[in-house]
Design a protein around this ligand. Structure first.
Ligand code: DC
Length: 232
């Protein structure tokens, strides 16, 4: 199969990761969750006593970076992020870490720190990579670029159900408020803000179910690259 790159950007809770994971499996390629990298740096900032406000400050973040070693490993197709030798697993999925991840992601030196690892994965493998700046900054040459979005309510509903399924205590209003707060911060920051690439296909999947969303992406991939997915 020829090497391809698929960039999936969009706000939180739009289904980027679950849909991308399924598409990766059908295409036999790697799914790269770039948000996990920002979450890992955010986790480290919290562990080192920084507040969310501190984590937005370059002078607070830059001294931490030399002490951070992040490795990305794939075990049976699932991405594991290893921070200084420790596999963080679901520790980076807590709502608190979402706010830290968004905070550190606004700091240019943090983005620069994580840039090479992301580009390197796509240089060596066929990837479907999701994040906020994949089509605009990380893989501007990707054959397929999709900006995946949904209404605030649909996104909050999905995020809420995800948290419930994981046994994380949450309240719908808080999930909705934090999602909007985070998207506003992610799309208004100066460094690589969340926005569709000029050549991205906008996919509002509010009215799509999971299978329909997966088929939608697979169809675009076929149209743009000629690469066919396996049957489920
Ligand atoms: O996709 P996620 O919710 O795991 O991402 C967590 C935060 O990381 C998100 O609020 C913004 C940031 N992020 C980013 O700035 N650029 C990316 N490519 C991916 C995530």
């Amino acid at each position: 199969m020829k090497k391809i790159a698929i960039a999936i950007d969009g706000p939180g809770g739009a289904g980027k990761s679950t849909i991308s994971k399924a598409v990766a499996k059908r295409l036999g390629i790697i799914y790269v969750d770039t948000g996990a990298l920002y979450r890992t740096v955010g986790y480290y900032a919290r562990e080192n006593g920084l507040s969310v406000e501190d984590a937005k400050v370059s002078d607070k973040m830059s001294p931490l970076l030399p002490n951070i070693s992040i490795e990305i490993e794939y075990v049976e197709g699932t991405q594991h992020v290893i921070l200084n030798g420790e596999d963080l697993g679901d520790k980076i999925r807590e709502p608190d870490i979402s706010m830290y991840a968004s905070a550190v992601s606004s700091v240019p030196c943090v983005r620069a720190f994580l840039l090479a690892a992301q580009k390197d994965l796509a240089a060596k493998n066929s990837v479907i990579m999701d994040g906020r700046d994949i089509g605009t900054v990380i893989l501007p040459e990707a054959e397929v670029k999709v900006f995946m979005t949904a209404t605030n309510e649909a996104r909050a509903e999905r995020r809420y159900k995800e948290l419930m399924a994981k046994g994380v205590k949450a309240n719908f209003e808080d999930v909705l408020r934090e999602l909007i707060e985070r998207d506003t911060a992610d799309s208004t920051r100066a460094a690589a803000p969340l926005k569709p690439a000029h050549d991205a296909i906008i996919f509002d999947n509010s009215e799509y179910d999971f299978d329909g969303s997966v088929e939608y992406i697979i169809k675009i991939v076929y149209e743009k690259t000629g690469v066919k997915a396996s049957e489920e």
